[in-house]
Design a protein around this ligand. Sequence first.
Ligand SMILES: Cc1cc2nc3c(=O)[nH]c(=O)nc-3n(C[C@H](O)[C@H](O)[C@H](O)COP(=O)(O)OP(=O)(O)OC[C@H]3O[C@@H](n4cnc5c(N)ncnc54)[C@H](O)[C@@H]3O)c2cc1C
Length: 301
Amino acid sequence: MSTVGQQLQQAVVLPASLDEAVSALSARPEAVPVAGGTDLMVAVNAGLLRPAALVGLGRINELRGWQYQDGHALLGAGLTHARMGRPDFAALIPALAVAARTAGPTQIRNAGTLGGNIVSAAPTGDALPVLAALEATVLLAGPDGTREVSISHLLTGMDPLRPGELVAFVRVPLLHAPQTFLKATGRSGPARAVASVAVVLDPARRAVRCAVGAVAPMPLRPLEVEGWVSGCIDWDGRRFIDPQACAAFGEYVAAACVPAHEPSGDPPTQDGAAAAPPASLLQLRRTVAVLARRALGRALA
Ligand SMILES: Cc1cc2nc3c(=O)[nH]c(=O)nc-3n(C[C@H](O)[C@H](O)[C@H](O)COP(=O)(O)OP(=O)(O)OC[C@H]3O[C@@H](n4cnc5c(N)ncnc54)[C@H](O)[C@@H]3O)c2cc1C
């Protein structure tokens, strides 16, 4: 075993409860939590991370399931993608189950967790647009107790994870209505998203919520488009939407979420006209438009 491996083995703590894990992190502030290790070990192997110690979360049973609470599901951060992809979970939060089923190959889905997906906060994290569209909140456990933050505040850094804090649970409203997640990848088979779209219906609020993943550092919500399309739906009847409105929804979502120019792209021309968007951005816009249109169409079908 390598010297790094030996040092790490000596410094691995495996708490059996959330409280023990928080205490272990407080006792060794240099320690790094690890759940499935699918992101963390990639960083270690690439030489990007040299954790002085690890706090393994894999033995904390209370983080591996879910419970019902006031019309919400309280999801443990240790839920694996494989577990979330199973039918009983899919009956509860269909879009999150679909996202979990697409999150990498089988061995990754067996080990990778919801909490790890949130803390890694990769633009391609498949759970993230779903949680954003659901307006989920995250319960953080730390040395000063527990606090709850919205997923978007956590992901945008408005309310980041503080030293010594762990993601304990994710609170998701149970909407009892159709919801979808669609993902485009650059190849066939399991792969990271080039773009993804989550659409959820919230009939009680007569609202459609949508989030686009992978096109920006964090999921994007096209709020104005959500408001417009919510008004196009016959909520009291069959939840019908005119196909033209559905197609327009796709175009509007794409225009709102995919910029017309690369940040470092060509400036406007001398006569003030904007330069044409590069082909890659046009392609991305087309992809997002198709995903959004299909996602809404399926949710309303
Ligand atoms: C080959 C491959 C393919 C992949 N494909 C996809 C894909 O298609 N879609 C996708 O979304 N992801 C994909 N991933 C990424 C990864 O599997 C997910 O992000 C996974 O959910 C990470 O969870 P984990 O438990 O393995 O996190 P870990 O690697 O254990 O941890 C990741 C980070 O989160 C921190 N952390 C973990 N749990 C907690 C917690 N409860 N509280 C505080 N901090 C915590 C760790 O300290 C670390 O910084 C892929 C990864 C690989 C290697």
